[in-house]
Design a protein around this ligand. Structure first.
Ligand code: SAM
Length: 167
């Protein structure tokens, strides 16, 4: 939310890469433009999986259209680390729309969100907030995700091993 070109291009691209790697199916970047969409899609093409990038839809429309639960990450929200059970309970089995900001987030987002959630109460970053939130919400399970059709990295202590295009 509130992506500014060119200032936020690198950060927002990384928000997209974190979303994909940690198990999201789609990212909306209102006002993101073609270049940011292309750079995330290039990673999807090389590393697989089915991750979509929408840079056209306006924030209000995304939220209005969303049928599941809307989770806004903000340093002012209720604590992720002490209310994880409740957050999990309220969002389990529902499509989750997670909102992070680039610039100052407008008041209406706090009101439209089902939950405003803080990842600690110090200001840090949308990339860090999203990664920690998704890690907690999946209980670390994102690490085992499979990305069909892409290059597969074979973890190795001192060599770079990549297996091309898996099905
Ligand atoms: N100054 C902006 C504001 O007042 O909304 C926040 C900018 S911050 C660099 C960018 C985004 O990172 C926020 O919109 C929020 O989504 C996320 N963020 C930063 N710190 C956070 C925290 N402690 N907990 C949860 N999200 C956080």
């Amino acid at each position: 939310l509130g992506h500014r070109t060119p200032r936020d291009v690198r950060i927002t691209t990384h928000v997209g890469l974190v979303a994909r790697a940690f198990g999201a199916r789609k990212i909306y970047i209102p006002g993101g433009g073609k270049n940011i969409k292309k750079s995330i899609e290039r990673v999807v093409e090389r590393f697989g999986g089915a991750f979509e990038v929408d840079t056209e839809m306006k924030a209000r429309a995304v939220i209005r259209k969303h049928k599941g639960v809307c989770l806004h990450l903000t340093m002012y929200g209720e604590k992720l680390h002490s209310s994880l059970d409740e957050i999990t309970e309220r969002s389990e089995g529902k499509d989750k729309l997670v909102i992070v900001g680039a610039e100052k987030v407008p008041r209406y987002i706090y009101d439209l969100a089902d939950l405003n959630i803080s990842v600690g109460n110090q200001p840090h970053s949308e990339i860090a907030a999203l990664a920690i939130f998704m890690d907690r919400l999946t209980n670390g399970g994102w690490v085992e995700l499979d990305f069909p059709g892409g290059m597969k990295v074979v973890p190795h202590r001192d060599r770079k091993i990549v297996v091309k295009k898996t099905l």
